[in-house]
Design a protein around this ligand. Structure first.
Ligand code: FAD
Ligand code: NAG
Ligand code: NAG
Ligand code: NAG
Ligand code: NAG
Ligand code: NAG
Ligand code: NAG
Ligand code: NAG
Ligand code: NAG
Length: 634
């Protein structure tokens, strides 16, 4: 998550500049082969992976690690050898080159006064893990047990089933003594982590002293704990690691550094700046993919077909994976027909069930700056900057080693809204799913939503499910909080008048009106804790937005309609792993229903979003997915 206004500004510049092939040529020498162009391709590969992002590179590494299995990854973005991506100090999200982001604006959001908002996803080798906020959080046991619950008992998609893949996927670097000294209340337990991956989860050596007050305010609440580890699967208040190599370079650790750099495998190729336009089917078997150069449009574009001997793996992310299925004739029949695409496999769930975390803008200022230990105006204070620069240059310590945030509260509704949660859950139980979906929705998609609502009603009643989260910043309070389990579902569908242009991203925020009820409780709680708590009173907080005059439900809802961000940059759900009769797109082996030799492995397979930032979960899904592919049948 990054300051939205700044990212928006950068995204709007995206088309002004175009990327160059030069980047690929300047690449370091030790890695899987980077192809200069399609003429360098082999005729076929065992596996062809679409998308060299967070999941795609993880799967590519695992499938090729035997040195024999041949793998090709096709990535739309460039191979960016850039300090901006490596450098923790720059916290790249808002220094990103505009061409590293797709240029997508959402459909008008009805309940948000027709807001059209920027859809943030990355277009670069490493995918969104190259640009994200580097926060490494895990979610609760229920988040993972829920996925399997839709398949009945005994699914391996469960907390116990995925924990080994979190351990395999993340190399834990315990905080330094220097760090622990500055982090009162930090708890960690190495049981929940591994030490073999080249993808690192580490801690900065510096903390803002003021965070301890925020930590204290939340831990004083009845029912709130500091779990023994941030990855223990519990709600509460915790310090969590940052995706960085804290014991080594103190650089960002992401899909590229963890799963591609230094591999040097003759059986593994990567082609960049190449856009896949279609998955080829022979009957109901995926045989290969078609791609073209990403930046060339119009007449004379050359298309290349590459064959997959074993499987095609779709890892293009939540926005583009469903688009590619639909372009290939796999999706809702009526939609495909209206776009002039021959339906080959009717699969009504493709592109449905789209959701994300939402955030509410909420601005608080601490007026008594003189005593606040982490004054924001420090950032303009030359003495502070000189001191911070010196530490960073000396040994990569100090404030610039902090990346983004690594402390926060992750809480369930019984804690946030003890008086209201039961009536909210009862309301959800009474809902008829069809009332809140697009009218064209298939009965199986509706049945899937009904099952999700039943599961979420239980989640509302449980303190083991995260609904509210707030990061502790240590300077000014972060100017929003996050709603971690919205009920509303949107869609990502091809544009029927231009199917190969960007798909239509329709968030449908608040299309389920209970989301207003829940957001209202979260907002009232946020004010109670951050503005009205006695402990923070010494800093003289003032709520500048919405302001204390906003108290009635009516005024809150009006405020929400103008101040909700439909995305926390965590899109998911569009190729959901659910039973077919519940509108699922992939089965428990991540195989696309009705197609042989085709799986989806990326953030889109989550049937219900987890209550935290997604990258750690995507890495674990990819690790598990790679094992399923190695061990499973087509
Ligand atoms: C700005 C930002 C900040 C975030 N902050 C955090 C955070 O702090 N912590 C956290 O845990 N999560 C965070 N997230 C979310 C997290 O990074 C993503 O959920 C996760 O990386 C998604 O992984 P993925 O593999 O599904 O997709 P991606 O990593 O996005 O990979 C998809 C890849 O497919 C490529 N592709 C798409 N279409 C095609 C095509 N047709 N042909 C070829 N290639 C194609 C794309 O270019 C991309 O490289 C953030 C995300 C963003 C964007
Ligand atoms: C983004 O896309 C819009 C609509 O297609 C276009 O008008 C605009 O110029 C593009 N902007 C950038 C920065 O590419
Ligand atoms: C770490 O990042 C810096 C840029 O900030 C880069 O110069 C350096 O090579 C990187 N180190 C490693 C080991 O990748
Ligand atoms: C799962 O197991 C529980 C308890 O063992 C049982 O009550 C429930 O009916 C089972 N559900 C399914 C779908 O088999
Ligand atoms: C491409 O083909 C060559 C020659 O057969 C082979 O040596 C190489 O390993 C292949 N590379 C990949 C990535 O399949
Ligand atoms: C880093 O450098 C600073 C300034 O030279 C020094 O005070 C500090 O002890 C060093 N820290 C470590 C961990 O080496
Ligand atoms: C769909 O594509 C058409 C043709 O390019 C374009 O004019 C239209 O704006 C697109 N629709 C949306 C919602 O993006
Ligand atoms: C501001 O901080 C000072 C120093 O701790 C304290 O004495 C004073 O009471 C605070 N002012 C307010 C308005 O809280
Ligand atoms: C609250 O006060 C602000 C600032 O005076 C004003 O702009 C806003 O409209 C008020 N809101 C309500 C609901 O009264």
């Amino acid at each position: 998550m990054a300051p939205l206004s700044q990212l928006g500004l950068l995204a709007s510049l995206a088309a002004v500049l175009s990327c160059s092939l030069a980047a690929a040529l300047n690449a370091p020498k030790i890695h899987a082969r980077v192809l200069d162009g399609p003429e360098a391709l082999n005729k076929s590969y065992d596996y062809v992976i679409i998308g060299g992002g967070t999941a795609g590179l993880t799967v590519g590494d695992r499938l090729s690690e035997d040195g024999k299995t041949t793998v090709l990854v096709i990535e739309n973005g460039e191979l960016a050898n850039s300090d901006e991506i490596n450098n923790v100090r720059d916290r790249v999200s808002w220094n990103a080159e505009p061409w590293w982001l797709y240029n997508i604006t959402s459909a008008p959001n009805k309940e948000l006064e027709n807001l059209e908002s920027t859809v943030y996803i990355a277009n670069v080798v490493g995918g969104s893990s190259a640009l994200n906020g580097m926060q490494c959080v895990r979610g609760t046991t229920d988040d993972y047990d829920r996925w399997g619950s839709f398949f009945g008992n005994g699914s391996t998609w469960s907390w116990n089933g995925i924990l080994p893949y979190f351990k395999k996927g993340l190399h834990f670097q315990p905080p330094s003594e220097e760090a622990v000294d500055q982090m009162p209340g930090i708890k960690y337990d190495e049981f929940y982590w591994g030490t073999t991956s080249r993808l690192y989860a580490g801690w900065p050596s510096f903390q803002w002293p003021g965070i301890k007050y925020q930590f204290e305010v939340f831990t004083e609440l009845p029912g709130v704990e500091v779990p023994k580890d941030s990855g223990a699967g519990q709600t509460g208040v915790y310090w969590y690691p940052t995706f960085m190599d804290a014991e080594g370079s103190v650089n960002r650790s992401y899909a590229r550094t963890g799963h591609w750099d230094n591999l040097n495998r003759a059986n593994y190729d990567l082609i960049t700046e190449s856009k896949v336009t279609k998955i080829e089917l022979d009957g109901n078997k995926a045989t290969g993919v078609v791609f073209r150069p990403s930046e060339v449009d119009g007449e004379g574009v050359e298309f290349t077909t590459v064959k997959a001997n074993k499987e095609v793996i779709l890892s293009a992310g939540t926005i583009h994976s469903p688009q590619l299925l639909q372009l290939s004739g796999i999706g809702p029949r009526k939609l495909l027909e209206s776009a002039g695409i021959e339906p080959k496999v009717e699969l009504p769930g493709v592109g449905q069930n789209f959701h994300d975390h939402t955030t509410l803008h909420f601005e608080i200022k601490f007026r008594n700056y003189s005593i606040h230990p982490n004054r924001r105006d420090d950032f303009e204070d030359p003495d502070f900057i000189a001191w911070a620069d010196e530490l960073w240059d000396a040994n990569r310590t100090g404030p610039w080693s902090r990346a983004l945030w690594n402390t926060g509260a992750w809480l369930g509704l019984p804690v946030v809204a003890p008086e209201a949660y039961e009536s909210i859950a009862a309301k959800v139980d009474a809902q008829n799913a069809a009332d809140y979906l697009p009218t064209s929705s298939d009965p199986t998609v509706i049945a899937g939503y009904q099952a999700r609502l039943a599961s979420l009603a239980e989640a509302i009643r449980s303190s083991d499910n995260i609904f509210y989260s707030h990061y502790f910043s240590g300077d000014e309070p972060v100017n929003y909080f996050t709603y971690e389990h919205p009920l509303s579902l949107g869609t990502v569908n091809i544009n029927i008048s231009a199917p190969e242009s960007e798909p239509i991203v329709d968030y449908r925020t608040y299309s389920n009106p209970v989301d207003f009820d829940i957001m209202l409780e979260l907002a009232r709680f946020h004010r109670r804790i951050n503005v009205e708590s006695p402990l923070l009173a010494q800093f003289d907080p003032v709520e500048t937005s919405p302001g204390l005059n906003v108290t009635s439900r009516e005024d809150w809802v009006a405020y929400m309609r103008h101040n909700t961000e439909p995305t926390a940059m965590h899109p998911t759900g569009t190729c959901a792993m659910m039973p077919l009769e519940l509108g699922g797109v992939v089965d428990e082996q991540l195989r696309v229903y009705g197609v042989k030799g085709l799986r989806v492995v990326d953030a889109s397979v989550m049937s219900v979003i987890v209550g935290v930032n997604l990258a750690g979960t995507v890495f674990a899904i990819a690790e598990k997915g790679a094992d399923l592919i190695k061990n499973g049948s087509e």
